[in-house]
Design a binder for this molecule. Structure first.
Ligand code: V47
Length: 386
């Protein structure tokens, strides 16, 4: 049985009315998870029917050296020369793309640490080299936090940084670095990098330059439901102004090898509910992604019935989540993604980075073969058992 408060919210959604901050919090408190999921699914199907997107992409990090000290991060090494600190050479970075076996690779998604040792020109040359090798590759690179860092370090405005990187080949920006905007949380988990307003200012500048971007929220650590809803409201307000966000990605906190190891991780119920609440609150952002790396392959697949319409992509070699304890596969194949989507009763659409259709696949499933899917906690349990 749903609560009377839920019935009010459902009536608003069905009438196409915008939900308030209070409605968002009430959706988190509604005991009937399936009802919340069903409502989000209605919105998802109104927008996309059964179409479910994925792409053939490659994740890359050119450097994990980082000046910031985010408490959730297990990926960054603070200084060059520290064990595990790695900065690629241009040649190594270019080789990664040159040797990529799938001709239909469409996107390279790069996120880096805030590395004090690299010149701005180094990044420009990196992008130019990739475009020269594969002119059709879409470069989704640098979080808003990186762009803000470049602006400060190289004494440029956000617009100037973006314009130079766009001239070198940058196509869109990923959504990383958003974490939780509210200062009560942000000051405790990542105080020495762009704050919430600065993150939004970079995206605003990108949208004004005609660039599409994504946005994220890192949840499941010290924040409250009110902080999450506040975060979604700030994203929705910017989207009203610019219409530049393509996709929202909720990112579940992973607790290994970082300064917040004592915190428990989110549950599948929280992951699914967060997908649904995001879909319902962000009525002006077209896509919601169930990022399989962050919420496990299994939960992401179910998320396709709770409001999500995108699974991200093949990834190939992920490090941010694997450094923080994730035991999902390093990458998935196109075959794996097709199977996951079809088994969820959806129609797979291979997309490019701007949601153009590369190929729409039939719904009917051929025999799919086996796929390696691991529980994200399996490795941790093994470690604890030792
Ligand atoms: O900004 C870091 C998060 C983000 C942890 O735009 C962590 O399409 C959980 O933004 N536990 C980077 N999360 C990844 C990202 C992303 C991923 C997929 C698609 C897109 C897109 C963007 O990962 C960081 C941070 O918020 N993160 N450490 C951790 N321990």
């Amino acid at each position: 049985m749903t609560t009377p408060r839920f019935a009010e919210i459902a009536a608003k959604v069905r009438a196409g009315e915008r939900l308030s901050e209070d409605d968002g919090i009430a959706l988190y408190l509604e005991p009937d998870l399936l009802a919340v999921g069903q409502l989000a699914n209605e919105v998802r199907e109104r927008l996309h029917g059964d179409r479910t997107y994925f792409n053939v992409n490659l994740r890359y990090e050119a450097t994990n050296v980082c000046e910031a000290s985010c408490r959730f991060c297990a990926f960054a090494k603070l200084e060059k020369g520290q064990p595990g600190a790695q900065t690629a050479t241009h040649e190594a970075a270019w080789k990664e793309l040159a040797e990529f076996p799938d001709e239909r690779l469409s996107e390279l998604h790069m996120v880096n640490g805030l590395d004090p040792n690299l010149a701005f020109e180094w990044y420009e040359e990196l992008l130019r080299g990739w475009k020269k090798l594969r002119p059709s590759i879409h470069l989704k690179c640098f979080t808003a936090v990186e762009i803000h860092y470049f602006a400060q370090k190289f004494a440029m405005s956000h617009e100037q940084v973006l314009q130079r990187l766009m001239a070198a080949g940058l196509d869109t920006m990923p959504g990383g670095g958003a974490e939780i905007f509210h200062p009560e949380v942000r000051e405790r988990i990542s105080r020495d990098k762009a704050d919430g307003d600065e993150y939004l200012a970079v995206h605003r500048a990108a949208h004004r330059l005609g660039m599409k971007t994504n946005c994220t929220m890192l949840y499941g650590h010290i924040e409250t439901h009110a902080h999450r809803i506040d975060h979604l409201m700030r994203l929705r307000a910017l989207q009203d102004e610019t219409q530049g966000f393509q996709c929202f990605i909720p990112l579940a906190f992973h607790n290994m090898h970082n300064a917040m190891e004592q915190l428990p991780e989110s549950t599948a119920v929280d992951d699914l509910r967060t997908i649904s609440v995001s879909r319902l609150m962000l009525d002006n952002i077209p896509h919601v992604k169930a990022y399989w790396v962050s919420m496990t392959v299994e939960t992401a697949q179910i998320g396709l019935r709770f409001g999500a319409d995108d699974l991200d992509g093949t990834i190939v070699h992920e490090t941010i989540y694997h450094s923080a304890g994730s035991t999902v596969p390093m990458g998935l194949t196109r075959h794996d993604l097709l199977r996951l989507i079809r088994e969820a009763g959806r129609v797979p659409v291979e997309r490019d980075s701007l949601y153009g259709v590369v190929e729409e696949y039939p719904r009917a499933s051929a025999p799919e073969g086996s796929m390696k899917v691991k529980d994200r906690n399996a490795k941790k349990h093994l470690e604890l058992a030792r």
